[in-house]
Design a protein around this ligand. Structure first.
Ligand code: MRU
Length: 348
C-alpha cells in the first residue's frame, strides 16, 4: 500500500477519506487537485503532505511553463500550496526545498532546466522519506527491550508518509523483532484516523490491533494493558514541545500519570528549528461539521457552538524520547535538539 505514486505525467494519491471501505486513487494532473486533496485530508500525515506538495509544485510549474509571467505564477502556486494546512511543518520544509532549487534557474530563465530539477527534487524528497522511515523504525525498535503492548494515536503509518511510517514504522519493526505483542489504537475523533487508517494498516500486516475510543486510553493504562505509547508529530520546536493530532496531549498526560513511556517518532523534517516553543505553533481549526457529524450523519443539535482544533501541543516534560533518523534524543531537549540541528547542518 502506498500513499502516493509519481508516474511522469500523472501523480496518484490514495484517497484516505475513502478508507477502509474503498481503495480509490485520485489522478492529479493539476496542482489544484493536490492542493484540495491536502485541504480535504485525502492525503494527510505530515511527511505525506510535504511530499504531495512537492509533486504539486512540479505539476503547477508544468502547467504554466509557456506563460510569459512564469516566475510570478510559479511563486503564487508555491504560496497557494503553503496555505493548504498550517500546522505540519513538513509542508513548508518541502516547499522551501523546492523553491531553493528553483532559485538556480531564475537568472537564466531556464524553464526546462527548472522543470527537470523540480521533478528530481520532489522524487528525492519522496525517496529520502522511505530511508528516513527505515532508520527511525530501527532506532525506535531498539527502545523496546521486552515484549510490550503499545498505544498509538492518529495514524503515523505508511499512509502518513511515503515509506512505511514513523510511529507505525517503529511498531512494524519491533513487531517483526518479536517485541510488540499488541497495538491499542485510539479511534482519534473527530476524523477517525485511528479507526479508519491505523486499524486498517495494522490488520493488513497482521499485527494484532485493538481499537478503542479516545476516552478509553486512561482506563487501558490503569489496567496495565499497555507498556508504552508511541505517536508521530506534525511539528517539534527547539525546546522539544510536540504538536500532533488533537488528543495526543491527553494521552501524554495519562502516560506520565501511569508511569508509561511516551515516545514520539518523527523525521528531522518535522522539527521547526526556527521556533523556540510549542506556544508559537499555529494550530489548525477545522470545520464544525467534523464534530457535529460522523460520516456525514448529523449527531449534534443544529447551531451548537463548536471548537475544533485539529492538533494540540504536548509540552516536552511529557516526552520520554523523540526517535529520529539520527537516533533517539531525550531531555534536556533544548540541548539535544540543538545537537541534532548541528548534526543535520554538518551533513548538508
Ligand atoms: O490531520 P492529519 O491526519 O494530517 O494529522 C496527522 C497526525 O497528526 C500525524 O500523527 C502526524 O502527521 C505524524 S504522521 C507520520
Amino acid at each position: 500500500m502506498h500513499s502516493m505514486s509519481w508516474e511522469d505525467t500523472c501523480f496518484k494519491l490514495l484517497n484516505q477519506t475513502k478508507l477502509p471501505c474503498q481503495v480509490e486513487y485520485i489522478q492529479c494532473q493539476d496542482y489544484k487537485i493536490v492542493a484540495d486533496a491536502i485541504k480535504r485530508l485525502e492525503v494527510r500525515g505530515a511527511p505525506a503532505i510535504g511530499a504531495a506538495a512537492a509533486f504539486a509544485l512540479v505539476l503547477g510549474a508544468r502547467q504554466i511553463a509557456m506563460d510569459h509571467d512564469f516566475w510570478d505564477k510559479f511563486r503564487n502556486i508555491a504560496e497557494e500550496l503553503r496555505q493548504t494546512r498550517p500546522t505540519a511543518v513538513n509542508l513548508f520544509w518541502a516547499l522551501d526545498r523546492m523553491l531553493s532549487v528553483s532559485s538556480r534557474f531564475v537568472e537564466k530563465n531556464d524553464i526546462q532546466g527548472l522543470l527537470d530539477a523540480l521533478e528530481q527534487e520532489a522524487l528525492s524528497i519522496a525517496n529520502e522519506d522511505k530511508t528516513v522511515n527505515s532508520r527511525i523504525s530501527a532506532y525506535g525498535a531498539e527502545l523496546f527491550t521486552e515484549p510490550s503492548a503499545v498505544l498509538t494515536h492518529c495514524n503515523a503509518g505508511a499512509l502518513a508518509t511515503v515509506g512505511f511510517g514513523t510511529a507505525l514504522g517503529v511498531i512494524r519493526q519491533a513487531w517483526s523483532d518479536g517485541k510488540i505483542t499488541r497495538v491499542f489504537a485510539d479511534e482519534t475523533r473527530p476524523l477517525l484516523q485511528g479507526a479508519r487508517l491505523t486499524a486498517w494498516e495494522l490488520m493488513q500486516e497482521k499485527i494484532p490491533v485493538t481499537l478503542i475510543t479516545d476516552s478509553m486510553a486512561g482506563w487501558v493504562m490503569k489496567n496495565k494493558k499497555v507498556q508504552a505509547v508511541i505517536v508521530g508529530a506534525d511539528r517539534i520546536t527547539l525546546n522539544g514541545d510536540v504538536a500532533n493530532k488533537i488528543g495526543t496531549y491527553s494521552v501524554a498526560v495519562l502516560a506520565k500519570e501511569h508511569g508509561i513511556p511516551f515516545y514520539v517518532a518523527a523525521p528531522v523534517s518535522t522539527f521547526d528549528f526556527n521556533m523556540q516553543t510549542g506556544q508559537d505553533i499555529p494550530i489548525e481549526e477545522r470545520n464544525s461539521s467534523e464534530i457535529t457529524s460522523i460520516a456525514g450523519v448529523q449527531i449534534a443539535p443544529t447551531g451548537v457552538d463548536v471548537y475544533n482544533p485539529a492538533f494540540d501541543v504536548t509540552p516536552n516534560e511529557f516526552v520520554s524520547a523523540i526517535i529520529t533518523e539520527y537516533g533517539a534524543i531525550r531531555a534536556p531537549y533544548t540541548e539535544s535538539v540543538r545537537r541534532l540541528q548541528q548534526k543535520v547542518k554538518g551533513e548538508s
